[in-house]
Design a protein around this ligand. Structure first.
Ligand code: GAL
Length: 904
């Protein structure tokens, strides 16, 4: 008999909808000699949430378990509960078991097989064919196990992973499970070690444009029983190009590697005029390493590389390839809104695209190592990454007794076969090193951040922190000497001794000091007291806003509807509103840049309704996600997005007006006046009012900015007219007080030469208009063609509009999604924090006029039809084509009808 436990799971396989009288269609996996060196191993897992089961035995009957594809998060599909924590979005953790059976062909005997986990939250225990291989506690760092010794060549093999997310384990929503990709590596006995190539170009700055010296160190492992004579052939060519377009190659002298040993082989390649990797032109190269025995190629291993150099200067800030670049950064947690922690590559890529369009050039991966997918996307798109490794050191934070602080200082036990793990080293060293080894060749990564506010939210003395910091600095330098290390410290501005000692040590080792929540006066003081430090705002702002809320203009306080104003007037007590945080940074060249808290809203930490212990904050349903984002959890920009875009994105013109212009959504003050704000990079703006039913545009007023240029050459503009705001940073944008009346507010933008910037060529709402009542839905897909790989996503944004197509600013209609054809619905969202409806439902209420559906391809190419419907409104349909995966599929998936103990 069949069990269908998977209906609500966002990443479920589409395989189990047969009638019980016919054999079930199952997908199974086979590893054979056509295998790529490293292949996707995400498909065809079985999952069970259970504290009591013991499922490591290969013969265990998992037929009743849910069939899932990875990446998978078992917190997001559970129910919100008042007995959980606001910090973690009121969602639980628990113990999850994953099992995957697969065959390994007999002709692979003699090969090495390893499994690689990019991230499992948390406390993973791994068994292979019933043998316990080891454990890995940290939830965000990559780890691998060698499977060879216990593999059955020519038979069925079973990998089992137990995941334990014991609560409380986090200050934000972590998710639970194998939430990042899993890959399988099959190599010869003699092969490049795990993440075994390190590439350095120390003379690039002086050699740029000519022959560039590449110094490579390659770890070659000999997992055979005889010594091996090897040479390495290494070739550099443009990524996606052919080796005959190589710009450099080398063949090393022959070297003998003893049986069972591994050796570091050093080599030098002279690369002819490589194109630099930069923000605008993120040129990438492939460095192909072939391990040769005579003429026989034993292993072929590709490393992605980009040629760039960076610098930090205590006076003028950051530079890339010798050019000054202000770091216009955001801090980002890892979740994907309605998908939970599922690290889907397209979901990550969409976030990056939305942020880049805002003008972001850098991301700080708070407060943990990123998914490899994020690093890959940033390499491809030209985004600079500060890769943070830890939120806490050897102390738990906020009373989260089960967080990583518990393992930081513990050594890896002797019976743990985690690849590269030494029984005497601490998990802290292991996790730091494995993160660096994975990403040390990534051009996007500019710094390793060793921690965030390590001395905040802990109890006891902090006198040991400088010693811990010094250890981390030393380990980081040993693993990668090419990048500065940093951290985000919030105690520098309070002048703590420990912070001063740690900052000096960081500086002495070429590091860069990150200060969290410093304002202008704090930056100036740090500059005076520590003139040698290179500094930046590692965490700034913490503005708290909802999307599309205009009936109050100030905020931060708890309100009965659990929403916060969208005006630039709401921030936490320790933070600053957007304009203030940026104004303090842009004026100071010695502050290398800013990492706004946060780019996107994230699940958990719903400040000002946050709580660090269990229990609802405010009435239930309590807010579950943060308000810190410039973009909401659905990916819809809040108004502040256009403030940042006007300041940061030099490629577009921004002209954005708020609020919306319906009487019931605005905040009318004396004389019926409503503050109308314009975010723009234009030199001059004219604001108009057109009464309803009229065509006459009446000029409300015109305002011009004054342009400012810093010594380093950065520009910004402020309004200095007689009616300017008494708060300096609020003059980075324009404000008029306009009596509310039905009609349209519109703006015209002019450049420095007083030329009109053409209507329709600007980003944002260049006009707002009084709407009629909701009449129809307007659905639009971000991508109308996606890949039929069972992973790719299309995001369908739906606006609730009036009869004229104007979005109704307070529309809250419940929209239902009907998805047919070659795809499935995997999530719905609207960005509203107190909304507790299921993210896996086929419907959701709009919030501030908008709602989102996410659809995923299946592995069959075809067409997906998505229809959005709501009672009383005209529905809207979009069609998405899904196209077959070009070339060979990586993991061989066998679609078969079969009866086995696993299914009956
Ligand atoms: C910071 C912290 C972040 C987040 C933020 C909220 O102190 O580093 O993780 O909690 O506050 O304002």
């Amino acid at each position: 008999h069949h069990h269908h436990h998977h209906v609500e799971d966002a990443t479920r396989s589409d395989s189990t909808t047969q009638m019980s009288s016919t054999p079930e269609v199952v997908y199974s996996s086979a590893v054979d000699s056509k295998q790529n060196r490293t292949s996707d191993f995400d498909a065809n897992w079985k999952f069970m949430l259970s504290d009591s089961v013991q499922a490591q035995d290969p013969a265990f009957d998992d037929s009743a378990w849910q069939q899932v594809d990875l990446p998978h998060d078992y917190s997001i599909t559970q129910k919100y509960s008042q007995s959980n924590e606001a910090e973690s979005a009121y969602l639980p953790g628990g113990t999850g078991w994953y099992r995957k059976s697969f065959t390994i062909d007999r002709d692979l005997a003699g090969k090495r097989i390893a499994i690689n986990f990019d991230g499992v939250y948390m406390n993973a225990t791994v068994w292979f064919n019933g043998v316990k291989l080891g454990t890995h506690p940290y939830g965000y760092s990559p780890f691998s196990f060698d499977l060879t010794g216990n593999a059955k060549f020519g038979g069925e093999n079973t990998i089992v992973v137990k995941v334990e997310n014991r609560l409380p384990s986090s200050r934000w929503y972590s998710g639970s499970g194998i939430y990042r990709d899993v890959t399988l590596t099959v190599t010869d006995g003699v092969h490049v070690g795990n993440n075994g190539v390190a590439i350095k170009t120390p003379s690039l700055a002086t050699q740029n444009g000519g022959n560039v010296t590449m110094n490579l160190t390659t770890k070659v492992a000999n997992d055979t029983e005889a010594a091996a004579n090897i040479t390495l052939k290494q070739t550099v060519f443009p990524k996606g190009g052919k080796t005959d377009a190589a710009i450099g190659t080398v063949t090393t002298a022959s070297k003998s590697i003893a049986a069972g040993a591994s050796a570091d082989v050093t080599s030098t390649i002279t690369a002819a005029s490589p194109k630099l990797w930069s923000i605008k032109n993120p040129n990438l190269y492939t460095v192909r390493t072939e391990v040769l025995n005579g003429d026989t190629v034993l292993d072929t291993y590709d490393t992605e590389y980009g040629f760039r150099w960076t610098g930090f200067d205590a006076t003028s800030g950051f530079s890339l390839n010798g050019e000054k670049v202000k770091l216009k950064g955001v801090s980002m947690h890892h979740d994907q809104g309605s998908l939970g922690a599922v690290a889907n590559r397209r979901a990550i890529e969409r976030q990056v695209e939305i942020l880049q369009k805002m003008g972001v050039n850098s991301i700080r991966t708070t407060h943990n190592p990123a998914a490899k997918a994020l690093i890959d996307v940033c390499n491809e798109k030209g985004v600079l990454v500060v890769e943070e490794v830890f939120d806490m050191w050897n102390r738990s934070k906020n009373g989260n007794t089960e967080d990583y602080g518990k393992w930081f200082g513990q050594t890896i036990a002797g019976d743990n076969a985690v690849l590269g793990g030494d029984k005497d080293e601490t998990w802290a060293k292991f996790d730091l090193t494995s993160t660096i080894n994975r990403d040390r060749n990534a051009p996007s990564v500019i710094m390793w951040s060793l921690g965030n506010e390590m001395m905040e939210g802990i109890s006891g003395s902090v006198s040991d922190f400088p010693a811990t910091s010094a250890k981390l600095v030393a380990w980081t330098k040993a693993a990668d000497s090419t990048r500065p290390m940093t951290y985000g410290d919030n105690k520098i501005k309070a002048n703590w001794n420990e912070s001063n000692t740690m900052g000096d040590n960081l500086t002495a080792n070429g590091g860069v000091v990150g200060t969290n929540y410093s304002d202008g006066a704090n930056y100036d003081k740090i500059r005076t007291t520590h003139p040698s430090w290179a500094i930046y705002g590692s965490e700034t702002a913490s503005a708290i806003n909802s999307r599309g809320i205009y009936n109050r203009t100030t905020g931060g306080a708890q309100s009965s509807d659990k929403q916060l104003t969208s005006y630039d007037n709401s921030a936490v007590g320790w933070g600053a509103v957007a304009s203030s945080a940026w104004y303090d940074v842009v004026q100071r060249d010695f502050v290398a840049g800013t990492y706004v808290w946060t780019g996107f809203d994230y699940l958990g930490e719903p400040t000002p309704w946050n709580g660090t212990g269990s229990g609802a904050v405010g009435s239930w349903p309590s807010p579950k996600n943060s308000y810190f984002g410039i973009v909401d959890t659905a990916g819809f920009p809040k108004d502040t997005y256009y403030f940042y875009q006007s300041q940061w994105n030099d490629d577009v013109h921004t002209l954005h007006i708020l609020p919306a212009w319906n009487e019931n959504v605005v905040a009318k003050g004396s004389g019926n006046k409503v503050p109308v704000v314009v975010y723009t990079d234009a030199a001059k703006v004219k604001l108009y009012f057109t009464p309803k039913g009229s065509t006459e545009k009446r000029l409300i007023g015109e305002k011009s900015f004054t342009k400012k240029t810093t010594a380093a050459g950065y520009t910004y503009q402020v309004y200095e007219g007689t009616d300017k705001d008494s708060t300096a940073h609020k003059n980075m944008y324009l404000t008029w007080n306009v009596p509310w009346a039905e009609g349209t507010i519109s703006a015209e933008a002019y450049d420095e030469n007083n030329r009109l910037i053409p209507e329709g060529s600007t980003e944002g709402n260049a006009s707002v208009t009084t709407t009629g009542k909701a009449a129809k839905l307007k659905a639009d897909a971000d991508r109308k063609t996606i890949t039929a790989d069972g992973k790719d996503l299309s995001y369908i944004e739906v606006d609730v509009t009036d009869a004229n197509g104007h979005i109704v600013p307070d529309a809250a209609n419940r929209v239902t999604f009907d998805v047919k054809g070659a795809g499935k619905l995997v999530g719905v969202d609207n960005g509203s924090s107190p909304d507790h409806d299921s993210y896996q439902a086929d419907n959701r209420k709009a919030f501030s006029g908008k709602v989102l559906a996410i659809v995923q391809s299946t592995k069959e190419a075809g067409e997906i039809t998505v229809t959005a419907k709501a009672d009383g409104l005209q529905s809207s349909t979009v069609k998405i084509a899904t196209t077959a995966v070009p070339g060979t599929s990586t993991e061989k998936t066998v679609r078969s009808f079969y009866y086995s103990r696993n299914y009956y």
